[in-house]
Design a protein around this ligand. Structure first.
Ligand code: ADP
Length: 398
């Protein structure tokens, strides 16, 4: 069957049409600047990207344009809407209500809306995307796949903060974790590649993209992860600070004469390696180039980044009382051999030795640890869209 996978943000909408039998991507694209002016970038399988500037006042119009492109005589890949058998939606926050993917019906939509409070920037946009698709494809079954769901297996000791319990009881303030679809996909695939059952393994997944998080996956279940109530906690990321002393927020607010919300905005958008490098870039290719040219701040940003990743790996090896596999994934994890090497320098004590020759891989599945390593270190490209398509078929497939 053909599954349309939708990842909807407040002013953007990413899509992929996937044939779930062959698992081929038939077409993919992105609607940008929805509600501002609008542009759609569409790419059919084997074809070039085509960008069209077109007014997109709202998400319903954006979905209509996606359908137009998918059925277009020139750049389309299907004849009509009837060839879309199901839609899978990425949903950021499922709170404690969703530990697995769900078919999106009336009651479920209300429960997702109840989670808006926990992800005010993301969930409302996800819901707008769902409603836009429902308006245009009322009879097509739809499934929601949550970024938080895979981490719902975390034990209390991993998800509670050291705060008054009443904040958890009243407001559900706790660690939720994100990138769950990726941590699930990559840990499963890592076990498959090794010919082992995930249930017998202790796996640490390092999802290092623009956003970045680490998870400890023990016997097939997430037992800890670095992102928290929001995606701001944990690793140093492209533009996010990761872990901080919370007292810094009001300290900076006082010094700079700005509000706590404004400081949080800086922590989300102007920090991470971008901030640490003094504004060089959030992109690791730019940082590597700047560092090679002698930019000390860029060099420090890269060192600080790798050190934080390594500290989390150490923590999660302790959390699971051991580790069998460390898997690197996402834009940086899959492509940046230097970052993997820098992290690997701290891992000798675990017996997770990276082989410099094997580590010279970019965006492909590989075992990169040395033959005598006690812990297998791997590169496992993630594919969140495929994971969403598979979940959709699992729930509504024939
Ligand atoms: P997102 O969180 O947006 O899904 P990705 O997982 O696609 O992010 O990661 C994007 C990041 O990956 C880029 O910002 C860049 O830092 C990094 N990246 C992509 N390709 C490379 C590469 N060839 N070498 C080093 N870093 C790369």
């Amino acid at each position: 069957m053909n599954v349309l996978v939708i990842n909807c943000g407040s002013s953007s909408l990413k899509y992929q049409l996937i044939n779930s039998d062959s698992e081929e991507v038939l077409a993919k694209g992105l609607c940008e600047r929805i509600g501002i002016d609008g542009a759609i970038v569409h790419q059919p399988k084997g074809g070039d990207k085509v960008k069209t500037e077109v007014a997109m006042p709202n998400h319903t119009e954006a979905v209509k344009l996606v359908i137009e492109k998918l059925t277009d005589p020139q750049v389309g890949v299907i004849k009509s809407l009837d060839e879309i058998d199901a839609v899978g939606h990425r949903i950021v926050h499922g709170g404690e209500k969703f530990a697995t993917s769900v078919v999106l019906d009336g009651e479920v939509l209300k429960a997702i809306e109840d989670c808006n409070d926990l992800a005010p920037l993301h969930n409302p946009a996800n819901l707008i995307g769902i409603n836009a698709c429902k308006a245009i494809m009322p009879n097509v079954p739809m499934v929601g796949v949550f970024d938080t769901a895979f981490h719902q297996t975390m034990p209390k000791k991993a998800y509670l903060y050291g705060l008054p319990l009443s904040y958890y009881e009243k407001y559900k303030v706790r660690r939720y974790g994100f990138h769950g679809t990726s941590h699930d996909f990559v840990s499963k695939r890592a076990a498959e590649i090794l010919g082992k059952d995930r249930k017998d393994l202790k796996i640490i997944v390092c999802h290092l993209g623009n956003g970045a998080s680490i998870s400890a996956v023990k016997n097939g279940e997430s037992v800890d992860t670095s992102m928290g109530l929001t995606p701001l906690e944990g690793l140093i990321m492209g533009t996010r600070s990761g872990d901080l002393d919370p007292a810094i927020i009001t300290f900076i607010a006082g010094k700079e004469g700005i509000s706590a919300d404004e400081v949080i905005n800086v922590c989300n958008k102007k920090s991470g390696v971008l901030g640490l490098s003094g504004g060089v870039s959030s992109d690791f290719r730019d940082l590597a180039a700047a560092s090679a040219e002698g930019n000390k701040a860029a060099e420090t940003a890269l060192e600080t980044y790798a050190y934080r990743v390594a500290k989390y790996i150490g923590a999660y090896a302790a959390a699971m009382n051991g580790v069998d596999v460390i898997a690197f994934t996402a834009g940086v994890g899959e492509n940046d051999a230097k970052v993997r090497e820098a992290v690997g320098q701290y891992l000798g004590f675990l017996g997770a030795n990276i082989d410099p020759v094997k580590n010279d891989v970019h965006g492909e599945e590989a075992v990169i640890s040395s033959a005598d390593a006690k812990v297998t270190v791997m590169v496992v490209p993630t594919n969140e869209e495929l994971a969403i398509a598979r979940e959709t078929v699992r729930l509504v497939g024939a």
